[in-house]
Design a protein around this ligand. Structure first.
Ligand SMILES: C[S@@+](CC[C@H](N)C(=O)[O-])C[C@H]1O[C@@H](n2cnc3c(N)ncnc32)[C@H](O)[C@@H]1O
Length: 355
């Protein structure tokens, strides 16, 4: 809200908006530090943050788990990471959330040859870097109005965090004909799948929020994705889309979550939830996963993903699902921690359904 009101404030020149927006984001990240909170000017504010970061890096060992409170990290979040990580690892994960995320593009290489695309970006003054282990990702080195580039207008690129791209890379969909993007929102992951899917494959994009489909249609038209069928379902529906039951080669359940994995981009989220909200997310995720796994055909797979690193929203959800559904077996399970990426953290568990 604040960022929108700054962006729309006509009394601020665009030159002034930038430092205000930057100041706001940094305050959300570092406002718990007294010297940052008390700074009177932009310069003092920036200096206080820099000094504090230096202090932390010099005293990493001394800043114990107990003092995380002084870093503005709620204790439920630290505990919520669970016992799969040691205290030292947890500390590293949490500290990584204080970095600023990089901005990433996804190349749509089903529309254009890579050399042509990269040349076009360079001609338009985009400065970027390839990303290890992310075959379609480019990291932006300088902010730019990407929508004005030829590559964007032609649908050759899209803006998508590298963590989201990583989730799609974990799916085994090269030979799939029927794929369901069960919590699609405006289709980011459906579009990313186009790079891998064979021709003739169909994606069913499903969401309970009818408003997402207008934007998805626009994105689909720009990126020439003609194989996406959109379905609105009601939240209260017991067995939505019965016609898809036992039909899908792969169902991706990119479930609603606390989005704790996106704290680098959305630092305010650490103030948004408490322990009982996390428990409610966990319950909802178990129920959505159970509901959508019905669409998987024998021999197919369901992939549960969330942009969270909290145990209740990750390991606990899929453990319960596997315990209650003996016809599904774990195939691969990964957590991309915030200190392993400059983008969002994500969890994914791919599970096979018996033939
Ligand atoms: C994490 S977002 C999905 C992000 C999306 N996959 C992407 O890559 O941009 C979760 C989405 O799930 C939707 N959702 C919530 N409850 C649902 C349900 N029971 N069935 C299907 N979708 C649901 C929300 O409306 C939201 O759009």
């Amino acid at each position: 809200m604040i960022s929108k009101s700054i962006s729309k404030n006509r009394s601020l020149s665009s030159k002034k908006r930038k430092p205000y927006l930057n100041w706001m984001m940094q305050t959300l990240r570092w406002g718990h530090v007294p010297s940052v909170a008390q700074a009177q000017t932009f310069e003092d504010h920036a200096q206080a943050i820099q000094d504090h970061m230096l202090f932390l890096s010099d005293n990493m060992q001394a800043v114990s788990e107990n003092s995380l409170k002084t870093l503005g990290i709620p204790s439920w979040m630290m505990c919520g990471i669970g016992d799969q990580a040691t205290s030292e690892e947890k500390f590293k994960h949490v500290m990584a959330f204080f970095q600023q995320a990089s901005i990433y593009l996804r190349m749509n290489l089903y529309l254009v040859k890579q050399e042509v695309l990269l040349e076009s970006l360079i001609e338009d003054g985009v400065s970027f870097e390839r990303v290890d282990d992310a075959p379609y990702a480019l990291m932006l080195l300088k902010k730019i109005q990407i929508q004005a580039t030829k590559a964007y207008k032609k649908g050759w690129i899209d803006i998508q965090d590298v963590g989201s791209q990583w989730v799609v890379d974990q799916l085994d969909i090269q030979d799939a004909y029927v794929v369901v993007d069960g919590c699609s929102r405006t289709g980011g992951k459906s579009f990313a799948m186009q790079n891998t899917l064979r021709s003739g494959a169909v994606i069913h994009a499903v969401d309970v929020d009818a408003r997402v489909f207008e934007e998805m249609k626009k994105r689909a038209s720009r990126q020439e994705a003609r194989n996406i069928k959109m379905h609105w379902i009601g939240t209260g529906e017991d067995r939505p889309l019965e016609e898809l039951e036992n039909k899908a080669d792969c169902v991706l359940v990119d479930a609603p979550c606390s989005s704790m994995g996106t704290l680098k981009r959305r630092p305010w989220l650490k103030f948004a939830y408490n322990q009982s909200d996390i428990e409610n997310f966990s319950k909802m995720q178990k129920s959505i996963l159970t509901q959508q796994a019905r669409w998987v055909k024998p021999g197919g797979q369901v992939a549960f993903a969330v942009c969270s690193i909290l145990k209740a929203e990750t390991f606990d959800v899929t453990r319960t699902f596997l315990d209650e559904h003996p016809d599904f077996q774990s195939r691969s399970e990964h957590l991309l921690y915030p200190d392993q990426t400059q983008g969002d953290a994500f969890y994914i568990h791919v599970m096979n359904k018996q033939k």
